[in-house]
Write a protein that binds this ligand. Structure first.
Ligand SMILES: [Mg+2]
Length: 330
């Protein structure tokens, strides 16, 4: 027997369902993977797909893993299964001692939070929550836009950048939900805010237009000072490569857990040195530490805040468990 492969599906409930472009997201489903070598060493990995971001389903990941039998022979994993590529490759890396092991997940504290982007709720509630996020140590905050009326949201943004300290930064995420005129309106406002040093800055506008409008977003980059980031456009390494080839030189938001092969992601980063911002896919601590290990290797310098402000969003205590404890819990 070479390397033994075992997997355990999981389901965990969000404390509050997440609002997504595809409706409420109440339960996070995924798959934990454990590799064991002939000397009894263990390596953990996680398959945490987001199907509406173009990933495979948990059932497809499970079918691929089951088809391997009980032995892992380092088969090539198809590009159609990006979350499975991440899960199995990171389990192999863990087995090889390349991802630190047994310690519990880092508790949320203000020191760690300075490097992590805090999440604000959509709408006017952001104004009330922003001081709490600052008190937790966050200096970069993310706010979803395109949820309410544009006039209201711009009004609240104008208030937010006054309320926040001038060294704080905001990321505005439209999830591809704006039209061109709205994107222009937002970027005009962002440029006006960013020209005033007394206000908090808008770090970037994230995915203003749908993924099929890359050329329009590239043209917007040339007309406005405020940076634009792609997220939905670049769910996988294959899509990162495609957008790079088509000339995108703005920010790329990357969720390692659904991006595909960590090796290919690292190769892309080394070759092109793109402006990457790493983000969580609401994975467990097992996927999180593998994703953070990639972020530590591939982030530009100075590293932008990590989009990993996702702990404490579930109605369970899993974030406090070691990988082995979590595995035993399932
Ligand atoms: Mg986004």
């Amino acid at each position: 027997m070479g390397i033994e492969l075992a997997m355990r599906p999981y389901r965990r409930r969000f404390a509050q369902p997440l609002h997504t472009a595809h409706g409420p997201w109440g339960w996070r489903e995924g798959l934990l993977i454990r590799l064991r070598d002939s000397q009894g060493r263990l390596g953990y990995g996680e398959v945490a797909p987001i199907p509406w971001f173009g990933s495979e389903t948990v059932a497809e990941a499970l079918a691929f893993c089951r088809a391997q039998g009980e032995e892992w022979r380092c088969e090539e994993i198809p590009d159609a299964l990006p979350a499975t590529q991440f899960g199995l490759e990171s389990a192999q890396a863990d087995l090889a001692g390349q991802i630190a092991g047994q310690e519990p997940a880092i508790p949320a504290d203000s020191f760690a939070n300075a490097a992590i982007c805090g999440l604000l709720p959509a709408g006017e509630t952001a104004l009330a929550v922003a001081p709490q996020r600052l008190a937790q140590g966050h200096r970069t905050l993310k706010w979803k836009i395109g949820v309410g009326s544009i006039a209201d949201e711009i009004h609240w943004l104008d208030q937010l950048v006054v309320d926040l300290p001038s060294d704080a930064r905001l990321r505005l995420d439209a999830n591809g939900g704006l039209n061109l005129a709205q994107a222009e309106q937002w970027l005009t406002v962002c440029d006006r805010i960013n020209a005033n040093p007394h206000l908090a800055a808008v770090e970037y506008l994230e995915q203003p237009l749908p993924p099929d409008q890359l050329a329009a977003m590239t043209a917007l980059r040339e007309r406005y000072q405020t940076a634009i980031a792609l997220d939905e456009s670049v769910a996988t390494v294959v899509q990162l490569e495609t957008c790079w080839q088509r000339g995108w030189r703005g920010v790329f938001v990357v969720k390692p857990a659904i991006a595909g092969s960590p090796q290919q992601l690292k190769a892309f980063c080394q070759k092109h040195q793109p402006r990457l911002v790493f983000s969580s896919a609401f994975e467990t601590a097992i996927g999180r530490r593998a994703a953070l290990a990639i972020a530590a290797r591939c982030s530009p310098s100075p590293a932008p805040a990590l989009g990993f402000g996702t702990q404490g969003w579930f109605a369970d205590d899993w974030d406090t468990l070691t990988p082995a404890e979590l595995w035993d819990r399932l």
